[in-house]
Design a protein around this ligand. Structure first.
Ligand SMILES: [Zn+2]
Length: 228
């Protein structure tokens, strides 16, 4: 499976998960719908589903326009506040789109209805991927707007941390430099933080995304995954 990273708005990411043989595509947090549809058309893809991590406008505001354009489209999410929702999902629910599998991981805290999506393809050697919205960021985590620190700790160290180490992490925002500066305050001697920060700065200079990382890498430098 292929994941297309699309930078939008100030520092958001939307994604297309593509089953290469069938050209079927699943969008994650497509907040700029016309741009998404342009890419779908240009690449000859068939958009079949939308996965929404949470109801905030910079993640969910494209849903209704996409449903208008693609009437058969399924829009998944865990929160009734998500615009355009067609199929409400619950924790550990699994969805299947041909050879693409999605496991829903309920991670309330940033909002009370946050869902992460763990995705893998049958008979495919590509690493699995997790779409973490505003729960896990590269080098950091999201704000606790509707939950507690305990919930976020559980989400990160129990729910997400239990996924395979090689899982690729695709998050909702490009906050990496800011997060790693904080990580360096927490662990001034951590060489992995220093290496990652200089790499992230070079990516920024080239105007390139720092997604994806891997879960294994996050354990090396993300202070919120290093709390025992
Ligand atoms: Zn948010």
């Amino acid at each position: 499976m292929k994941v297309k990273v699309i930078s939008i708005l100030e520092d958001n990411y939307m994604y297309l998960v593509i089953e290469e043989q069938s050209k079927q595509a699943i969008a994650v947090d497509p907040a700029v719908p016309h741009r998404l549809l342009e890419i779908v058309k240009r690449e000859g893809l068939f958009l079949i589903a939308v996965l929404t991590t949470h109801y905030h406008w910079d993640h969910a505001r494209g849903n209704e326009a996409l449903v208008n354009e693609v009437p058969s489209l399924k829009v998944y999410g865990a929160d009734d506040r998500i615009k355009g929702l067609t199929d409400k999902v619950t924790d550990s629910q699994e969805l299947k789109f041909n050879s693409i599998n999605v496991k829903c991981l309920f991670t309330p805290c940033h909002t009370a209805g946050d869902m992460c999506y763990y995705i893998w393809e049958d008979e495919c050697t590509d690493a699995p991927a997790v779409f973490t919205g505003d729960t896990l960021f590269i080098g950091g985590c999201g704000r606790f707007l509707e939950g507690t620190a305990e919930q976020m700790h559980h989400n990160l160290t129990k729910v997400i941390a239990s996924l395979p180490q090689e899982t690729k992490v695709f998050c909702g925002h490009e906050n990496t430099i800011k997060n790693l500066k904080f990580a360096l305050l927490v662990e001034p001697e951590n060489e992995k933080v220093k290496e990652m920060l200089s790499w992230a700065r070079a990516r920024d200079d080239d105007d390139k995304p720092t997604v994806p990382s891997t879960l294994k890498e996050e354990f090396d430098y993300n202070p919120f995954l290093r709390l025992s």
